[in-house]
Design a protein around this ligand. Structure first.
Ligand SMILES: [Zn+2]
Length: 211
């Protein structure tokens, strides 16, 4: 089971106190989605893995910290948009990592969590919008060393499929296959290829591979 606790923190952006919820422990049962969204119970902790200040709208994994380059942060974000829900909060957190730190890996993670939250809210247009941002960050990651693994190419392919970017999904699957993946990864790539060919945009899990 998942256990939570709360504590008072001082927001690093506005200096006001707010209460945040923290996860003490959680666990995951069952197979993950093809884009590596974890199974329950960990799946349901997504609403507390981001801390949000109700006073100024700042959203970060740790509200008490700002990006290292504070001057750049304040220049880009002289005020913060007050997000109306968890999707907008994850989007802001991703924007901060992308624009201030230029940390594409962390921006990728924030936007993807935003897309998952949009899925949970039944908001496909917003989920697609967030996935397109994830794909932009993935392009940066794929262009930087080291060369991508078949697993990573497969993951991005799944995110592209969910965003209806089928040509891009196909090109990533081809790159993954060119690396001659073996075993379970090869089977999941076959599954992903079938889904892309069928232009299926639904969520699928790794346990759907043909045994
Ligand atoms: Zn604040």
């Amino acid at each position: 089971m998942t256990t939570y606790s709360s504590k008072t923190v001082v927001c690093a952006y506005c200096g006001k106190e707010t209460e945040v919820t923290e996860i003490n422990s959680t666990n995951a049962f069952g197979p993950c989605d093809l884009d590596l969204r974890p199974p329950r119970m960990q799946r349901s902790t997504i609403h507390v893995t981001l801390q949000v200040c109700p006073h100024c709208g700042y959203a970060a994994s740790d509200l008490e910290k700002t990006p290292e380059n504070l001057e750049k942060f304040l220049n880009i974000f002289p005020t913060l948009p007050k997000g109306k829900d968890i999707v907008a909060h994850y989007c802001l957190a991703g924007d901060i990592w992308r624009l201030v730190d230029e940390d594409h890996d962390r921006a990728f993670g924030m936007y993807l969590r935003g897309a998952w939250c949009a899925d949970d809210l039944g908001a496909p247009d917003r989920a697609k919008e967030l996935r397109l941002l994830v794909i932009e960050e993935a392009r940066h990651l794929l262009a930087a060393p080291p060369p991508p693994t078949p697993d990573f190419l497969l993951r991005i392919s799944d995110i592209a499929r969910r965003a209806m970017e089928f040509d891009y999904a196909n090109s990533l699957l081809k790159q993954a296959k060119d690396l001659s993946p073996q075993g379970f990864v090869a089977k999941v790539i076959d599954l992903e290829q079938k889904l892309v060919d069928a232009k299926d945009t639904a969520c699928h899990r790794v346990d759907e591979v043909e045994q």
